[in-house]
Write a protein that binds this ligand. Structure first.
Ligand SMILES: [Zn+2]
Length: 222
């Protein structure tokens, strides 16, 4: 199937980048992009270095497989239910990156501690309740019910999800989320980090979304 070939390749490229970053090992982790009425998602248990656009799987909003000769990722429901909960999200990446996964074992919320988190992630990084491996739809509901307006969410004792408007943006978010989790662990080891006040989180997020790099952004900055 040739439909969405560029988008499928962009998702594959993101997976290769995640592997290069050390965020996924082997075939752990999965990635998707929204299409009208559904999503395209990485196949289950296929090495990222051998995946071609023809291996990608198309799944409808209701979970039905629409196209593809492979099985969709076993964690497709996580992606599907996030798209249903968050109309602004166009791509979802799920990894087991080291620091985020370490933090997921604490079942805690990571407050907004640095400016790049308020801008790019947009909110605290909450932790979805633990769901035993294999209960994929239950995991999807747990994650979609926890993410709120954030672009990052931890999966207890498991990993992390990063999302964005595009595949490239979600890749950027995944890197910021991992950095934030690393910084949070380091600061917590010494003391208790002081979060950014919520009013400033909102204004920083709005600035990054709508003004950053434009003439509307009068207050200088980066
Ligand atoms: Zn996983």
């Amino acid at each position: 199937m040739t439909e969405y070939r560029e988008l499928k390749q962009a998702v594959i490229d993101a997976c290769l980048r995640l592997e290069a970053l050390g965020y996924v090992i082997g075939t752990y982790g999965n990635a998707s992009a929204r299409i009208p009425g559904g999503l395209i998602v990485t196949p289950s248990r296929v090495d990222y270095h051998t995946i071609t656009p023809d291996d990608m799987v198309t799944v409808a909003d209701d979970g039905a497989k629409l196209d593809g000769h492979r099985l969709p990722s076993s964690e497709t429901d996580v992606h599907r239910l996030i798209y249903l909960a968050r109309p602004d999200v166009g791509a979802v990446l799920h990894t087991h990156s080291f620091y985020a996964t370490a933090l997921s074992c604490l079942h805690e919320t990571v407050p907004v501690i640095v400016e790049e988190q308020s801008q790019v992630v947009g909110d605290a990084i909450r932790c979805a309740p633990y769901v035993p491996a294999g209960s994929h739809e239950e995991l999807g509901h747990a994650v979609a019910g926890t993410i709120g307006d954030s672009n990052g969410v931890l999966l207890a004792n498991h990993g992390v999800v990063a999302c964005g408007r595009t595949v490239d943006e979600s890749l950027f978010v995944a890197q910021i989320v991992e950095r934030v989790c690393q910084m949070y662990l380091m600061t917590r080891a010494i003391s208790t980090p002081v979060p950014i006040p919520s009013t400033h989180v909102r204004s920083e997020r709005d600035r990054w979304l709508y003004k950053y790099g434009t003439t509307a952004d009068h207050d200088g900055g980066h």
